[in-house]
Design a protein around this ligand. Structure first.
Ligand SMILES: Nc1ncnc2c1ncn2[C@@H]1O[C@H](COP(=O)(O)OP(=O)(O)O)[C@@H](O)[C@H]1O
Ligand SMILES: [Mg+2]
Length: 234
């Protein structure tokens, strides 16, 4: 299981006003390194919660998450921040770019106060080139289209060579064409650089193009194309 993400009896409950919500209900899944998985399901089915747990942005109330042989559910805050910095890039529906920074500065932002063994500016410039935005390096987010902002966010997610990209509805705020471009970029990163992708999406057309599709319902796995392939063979 070198480098695989393993979810073991993973659960998350929220308690508010005395009412308990089971957002993620004892999920068991494994994601192989370099795989491309789409996670679909109706609104409120637990997709974002699951992704936040896997990304160590939120803590589970039950179960274990392993990245290879590392149990991230046992890590402390400081250690987790370093772990995320080295292993995971995030992309969100709302881009979350810093409005007063240029495209180039936004890409470099995760490296602030970090020591790395590469040239930060050159790395950021080369990533902006990869996402087709070299000429927008000095533009502010407000001067970019939604699709361009999301491509800056993808460059930012890649800046420290993550093994995984976790994307929560990254095309949700984009028109069909820009959404396709963003999806194809993720696909290329997966195929050419071997980056593992977990993509939450509403769009069945995009989900179909992933290597694996998982559907959540009420916090549980209702469908897993991989499980189907295994148990469905004669
Ligand atoms: N911080 C929170 N506090 C209370 N309930 C939450 C919180 N976050 C999510 N939930 C609840 O957990 C369930 C799953 O939410 P979410 O993971 O956002 O679903 P999805 O991303 O599939 O729309 C929903 O019922 C939602 O209301
Ligand atoms: Mg969501």
């Amino acid at each position: 299981m070198e480098g695989a993400i393993q979810l073991i009896n993973l659960g998350k409950r929220f308690i508010g006003d005395g009412v308990e919500t089971v957002a993620v209900n004892r999920i068991n899944l494994t994601f192989q390194p370099g795989s491309f998985t789409a996670i679909i399901g109706p609104s409120g089915s637990g997709k974002s919660t699951l992704l936040s747990l896997i990304g160590t942005l939120d803590k589970p109330t039950e179960g274990t998450i392993r990245f290879g042989d590392r149990d991230v559910t046992k890590m402390r805050t400081r250690e987790l921040a370093d772990f995320r910095f080295h292993e995971i890039g995030f992309i969100f529906q709302q881009f979350h770019l810093l409005p007063t920074l240029t495209a180039l500065e936004n890409v470099m932002a995760p490296l602030f106060a970090r020591k790395v063994d590469f040239n930060k500016k050159e790395r950021a410039e080369s990533l902006l080139r990869d996402v087709g935005l070299e000429e927008k390096r000095n533009a502010l987010p407000s001067q970019l289209s939604g699709g361009q902002q999301q491509r800056v966010a993808i460059a930012r997610a890649l800046v420290n060579h993550p093994k995984w990209i976790l994307a929560d509805e990254p095309t949700g705020n984009l028109d069909t064409e820009s959404g396709k471009a963003v999806f194809n970029l993720l696909k290329t990163l997966n195929k050419e650089k071997g980056i593992g992708i977990l993509l939450v999406t509403h769009d069945p057309n995009l989900a179909r193009q992933a290597d694996r599709t998982i559907e959540l319902r009420d916090g549980s796995v209702a469908f897993d194309s991989e499980g189907l392939a295994l148990s469905g063979s004669p």
